[in-house]
Each structure stands twice: as C-alpha cells, then as structure tokens.
Design a protein around this ligand. Sequence first.
Ligand code: TPP
Ligand code: MG
Length: 887
Amino acid sequence: MTMKLETPAQIDFSAEVSEWIEAFDDVVADDWQHGAELLETLRQRAREAGVPTPSDVTTPYRNTIPKHDEVPYPGDRTLEKRVESLIRWNAMAMVHGQNKKDAGIGGHISTYSSLATLIEVGFNHFFRAKYGEEPGDFIYFQGHASPGVYARAYLEGRFDDDRLKNFRHELRDTPGLSSYPHPWLMPDFWRFPTVSMGIGPLNAIYQARFMRYLENRGLIKATPRKIWAFVGDGETDEVDTLGAISLGSREKLDNLIFVVNCNLQRLDGPVRGNKRIIDELEGMFRGAGWNVIKVIWGSDWDALFERDHTGLLLRRMEECVDGDFQTFKAKDGAYLRKEFFGKYPELLALVSDMTDEQLERLHRGGHDPAKIYNAYKRAIEHKGGPTVILAKTVKGYGMGSSQARNATHNEKKLADAELAAFVKRFDIPIPEEAAQHGTPYRPAQDAPEIVYMQERRRELGGHIPKREVPKLDFTAPALDYFGEWTAGSNNRAVSTTMGFVSILRHLLKDPTIGKLIVPIVPDEGRTFGLESVIRQVGIYAAEGQRYTPHDADMLLYYREAKDGQILEEGITEAGSMASFTAAGTAYANYKVPTIPFYMYYSMFGFQRIGDMVWAFADSRGKGFLMGGTAGRTTMLGEGLQHQDGHSHILASTVPTCVTYDPAFVYELAVVIQDGIRRMYEKGEDLFYYITMYNEDYPMPAMPEGSAEGILRGIYKLKPAAGEVVAQLFGSGPILNEVLRAQEILATKYGVHADVWSVTSYTELRRDALAVERWNRLHPAEKERVPYVLNALGDAKGPIIAASDYMKALPDVLSPWLPSRLVTLGTDGFGRSDNREHLRRHFEVNAEAIVGATLSKLAREGKFKPKAAQKALADLGLNVDAADPARA
Ligand SMILES: Cc1ncc(C[n+]2csc(CCOP(=O)(O)OP(=O)(O)O)c2C)c(N)n1
Ligand SMILES: [Mg+2]
C-alpha cells in the first residue's frame, strides 16, 4: 500500500483535469506499478489515435522512489554505522600510514569515502556469497575503492595487522595487499579486475549474459543471483562503460545491476561541471531500456521537500549544475544557506530553523542507508531488464578540507589536525598520536558491531570477495583423438582455418567435453566457414528463434536457439572478448570449466582490445584465442587495415598467453590437444593465442616424433638433400615459401639447407630466458642449454628465418644465435593485392629467401659475392625497390 499523493499547490487544475489526477492518484496509492502500466497503456492509445506523445528520458532531479513508497530499513542502523566508521578509518589509515612510511607509494582515499555506504548496505543486506550450493552474487568493485574492501576484510578477521600494513607492499617477507583488484596477485580474494576504467562494467554486462547462457543451456541451475557493478561517474566517459548497455535490455538481463557512484568528480575535477551527470546518465540508460533508479537526496531532505509547497526547492536544485553541487560540499553550511537557499526568500525561510552545521550535514542519497536499501530492493525485484542506480555522493566524504576538492582524488595523506577531526567525527577510539601514524583499529571479534557484521555475512552465505577454484576433474582427449587431423589431408588443399573448424566440430560432438565448448564469433562466422557449426549446435538466443529464417529450407540454415551453443556477438570485438572472459573464468566463478574458442580477424584482436586481454590474463582466464585471416601477406586483397603482421608480437607481451603460428593442421591439432590438457586437466593458468590462415594447400601427415618440437616451438621438418651449408626457418603459410626456397637453392645453386618449422618464437624465447636466468643464478652448476640450441644441435651455417610477421618476431632469438640469424618479415603497412604480389613486396617469397641465403653466404665467404648479386637479379628481386618497412 502506498500513501496518497498531495496535489502540487501551485498548479491550478481545471475541474476535469483534477478528476483525472484524482483517479490516477487512487490507482497509484493502491499500486504504483499499476499506475505505470496505466500510463504506458494510455500512451500507446494516444499513439494509435495519432496524438504525439514525446516521452521524456529524464525525470525531475529527485529520488525515483518517493518517500511514501519506502520500506523501513531492516538493519541495526547504529551498529552498521559503527562498522562503516571503522572501515572508513582503516581504509584511510592504510593509505595514509603507508604513504607516511613510504612516500609516493600511493593509494586512494576519496573514492571509497564516497562509496562506503553504497557497498556497506550491499554487504549487510544484499550481496549473497552463495545460493545453496550454487554460486552467489558477483560484485565488480570500483578498483580505486579497494582500501575499503580490504578494511572490511580486516574487521572480519580475514587479514591480520601485518597484511593490512603491507598494503601496496607485495614484495615483502609477509604477504601484502595489491593496490587494486587483481586475481592474479590475490587469487583467493579478488575475482574481477576493474581498475582499468570501463573494463569492469563491460565485463559485467557480458557476465550477466553468460550467466543466462549457462542457465539456458542447463550447465548451471537458475537462481536469483545478481551481478553488481560499481562504476565511477567519470568512468562512464569510457566508451567501454556505456557502449554495450543495450545488450542488457535486449537480453532482458534482470540479473544485472549497475550502481554509478555519482560523486560528480573524476581525477582532475568535475565530471560535468556545467551540466548534471545524473541527468545525462538517466537519459542514456533509460533510452537504452534500463530501469533507472535515482538516489539523489538523503532522508533529511524529505522534510524540506514536504514543507516546500511551492515546488521552489526542486526548481532551485534544477537551476544548479554539478559544479555548484560540488562547491556546496567543498564549502560550509553558511555558504549553502547563502548561495543555494539564499536565492529565494521562501527557501531561506524554509531552513531558518536549521543551524549552519545542520545544513552542512544535509545528506546526499548515496550516503543514506535507507534510500540505498530501498533502491537496491527495487533493483533486485525488478523483472525484465537491468537496473542502474544513480547514486549521488560526495567525493572525499568526511575528509575535512579535502572533501569535494578538485585535488581530492590524489590525496594520500591527511594533516594531523584533519586526522584528529576524522577520528573524532567517526568516533574511533585511538589516541591522536596513533591516528597521526595511521594505526589500524579493530575491536575484538566479540564486540557487538563485529558480531553483527559477521552475523550479517553468515546470513548471506559468507565473506565476499572470495575466489575459490574447485579441483578440476577433467581428462583431456589424447592426441590420437585428433588422428583425422594428424594424418594429413591426402593432398587435398585446405587451410588451417578449415582444419580448425573441423576440429571444433569434432570437439563439439564429444559426449564429455562437447557441451563445455563455447564458440565465440564477432559477426565473422562465414569468413571462417562456420556455417556447418551454426547448423550443428545453433546460435545462442535467449528468446529462441521467433521468426522463420529465409533459408529455413536449406541444410545449413541460420539456426538460433535458446540452448544454442555459439555466442554470435555481432560486430564487437570488445563484447566478444568480454564473453571470452566470462567463459574463460567460469571454471572458478561457476565451477563449470567451459572452454571458449574465440575466433576473430587477428588484426582486430590484441591491438584493438589489448587491455581487455590483459585483464583476462589477470583474471586467470583460460581458453583459445583463434586469430583468423592472419598474416600480412596471406590475408589477401584487404590491405592496410586488415593485414596483421604483428599480433604475435603484441601477444608475446602477455605473460600467461602461449602463442603458436602453425603452418599445418597437424601442428594445430597437437597444440589444441596440449592446450586443453595443460589448462583444464593440469589446471595451469594459461591461455592460447593461435593464428589461422585462409590459404589452401595440401596438409602433410605429422612427422614421427615431432610433437615435442611443435609444442616447444621448433622441429626439423625437411633435412637437406646434400652437404648442409644453411638453415631455413619458416612459420605459418610462409613455411611453404621456405620449402620452395630449399628446392630452388638446391637445384639452381647447389646450396643445401635444412628446413625447420618454427611454431612459436615466443615460447622458444621464454624457454631460453628461463634457462639463461637459471645459469646466471647458478654459476657453479653445469650450464643448461636452451631448447632452441639443443634442437639445432650442430646444424651448420647461417639461419634465414621468414614468417608472415614482423622481423622483430624471429629476432627474439638473436641473443642465442649470434650473427647467424637473418630475418625476413613483413614490417610496414599492408597493401591490397594478391599473395604473390604481397610476398614479393614484403620480400618473404621463396625468391627473397633464396636471395637472402645466398647474400649471407657471400658475406661469410661461402658463395661468390658477384654470383650472389647476379642471382638476386635472376630471381627477379628488385634491389632498388623502396623498403616495404616504410613504404
Ligand atoms: C583506462 C583508465 N584510464 C585512466 C585511469 C586513471 N584513473 C584512475 S581513477 C580515475 C578517475 C576516476 O573517476 P571516477 O570514475 O569518477 O571515480 P571516483 O574515484 O570519482 O569514484 C582515473 C582517470 C584508469 N584507471 N584507467
Ligand atoms: Mg567520480
């Protein structure tokens, strides 16, 4: 039941309108949702009648939930306030104390100070750690608020004093606390990396979708679990934050709740000094179909609103922009009286019985547990779509002269007087001297407030955040399971991409692991020949297929299904990467070891969404990134924007990313088999980046004994037919050019060379670096030998290495192959042309490889220089051509 509304006094309604309003008020008094439905139906009716009905996307600058619709707060406000004060102190003490000890170590106080009540209400009443045996709610915390999350864990007894004192000291004798949420660094604690702005909210949206996907496919039970994403208002400037919000409403993700901490400030100053960020976000989210709940004013404003019968208070609020609101909080109550209320005598009169101090303490909604509780309650009860809560807060809340200042974001230390004021204000029982040193304070575990907070958490299923990895009970298929692909293609010309798609289909059919495979594509399925997979397992569509596809009568029709397995993301590599992240971490978050294969244009991977890949690695994600249409010269026709000759270099920067550049389908099969084994059977925290190409050629059978070399990064593919004077390295489709060069060298110039397939320069380098480090640290022990040198043994002569990637890729081996290595690669911008011309342009065709070999041999006195020069001409190499690296 709701209360009856008052009629706004200043409007003189006609009798007819008054009757309508009265009738509507009666409906609302009974059930506000019914009122909303009625309005919507009327609007619909008006449209049918041709009456224009522009719908506002913003509402007045007031709380969405009116006072009379609020439910009473269920918690013990006194004890909760006490707990929050203690957390506030410890969060601040942690940062302040550390910076006093170790100047410049950094940390943030003001973000958490604005967020505290918003997350405390969640911790005390909403965030469930589990639903029975099922996973609980997932919380994406604002990264810069981590001191507050640590301080809570400290009060809960999860960290001791030493741990707290090692905030941002991770490399000491006793364990420390990482600056921000990093599962890599604190694998028992954090689950979701959020500190790179925009990545948390984007991942949260796709996480909510993936949760539904797992439910709809029967891999997990449906529960009321929610995903909460706490987002900074400044963070909403990132395209990543808002770019995918329509997915939330399109897929009816009522398991998703955003809370935007609208403290009106970012790092440098106001988020929207001249406007109101809350209005802007309300319009965006409502326009995208979200349920928007504004929590702007605290309860103490309610009385003022009630006493204001003129509507002037709201009008005054709407005259102000965020720059004003910030200033009101940076200054005192007297200023607020003069500049805000003072504009109208009626408003001055409204607050005449209040002291300046009382005015200063007028709360914003985001600091009022009752308002927050009501908003959260509505959010979790909302059906049919996601909810965003726009909560107005104060940055640096309670930090004395730093509160709401432009510089507050970077405040790390407080002056002694401010610390004293803080402990007094929040009633922390420690001596002034201790306060100045930022001494943590924790009451005994049997203190009433601690008992209370622990009880609340027990009720909600345990502590949060917490990351647990169940023991994986997983057996990877053995290599002979892939026999069809290791046997070669019987002279049929196929591409590695085609080979991969048929491996994928085989895996999808597997009775044990088939259901765990998650194929992901960003509108590129046809490019990779996935039509048959679409038919086989269907595209996931939460609502099934509500139309008859035009190709329904064809064998390979476009099949969408509620339990479809493919995530066809549309044209969003960032969104696809977010799905890959949800699927690649499901082994921990849902205890379901899904195995994602994300296939995409390799050019639009690392360089486009590299930061998300970094966060994926931080999350200890597993899975396969399949970079398709790879290679600067193998991807023909498309030119500069599409031809990738560097993703392997970018991939090599991610510590847990294992990369391969296979030439043949059997290499691919070996790598995928071993990848599944290492990630899911052995439980290694790795993921794979594998390039695939669209050039067709016959795939040879796997040479006996080559598996180890394939996985370590190099093996001898075709020995020379005569006395060896040189070594040729090839990777990907350029290996075919290398084989052709071997032939030309032998037949035309009597030069014999071995041919090696290099599947991963990066893995070879990592091994060599690890061996070298060991040797450096153990000078008295027998020296170990890097795998690449072991594999080469006494192979003679210079090494000419060619790939479809930049020269920097083979060059990573040069420390171990001094003066022997000549690299050919595809540095420079791509061109629109066919492979033949591209390879000539980039000097990676067989002729260029032959020329480079003869040239190097000439420099070493093993071939006549003049003959080498003539050979270059005979081979058609233009020695005066512009360098493709800069052409
Ligand atoms: C991608 C990215 N760019 C820049 C930063 C640096 N940075 C950290 S916090 C911050 C301001 C955050 O403002 P807001 O989102 O409003 O959060 P608040 O601290 O005000 O709650 C910036 C720019 C970052 N962490 N990530
Ligand atoms: Mg902010």
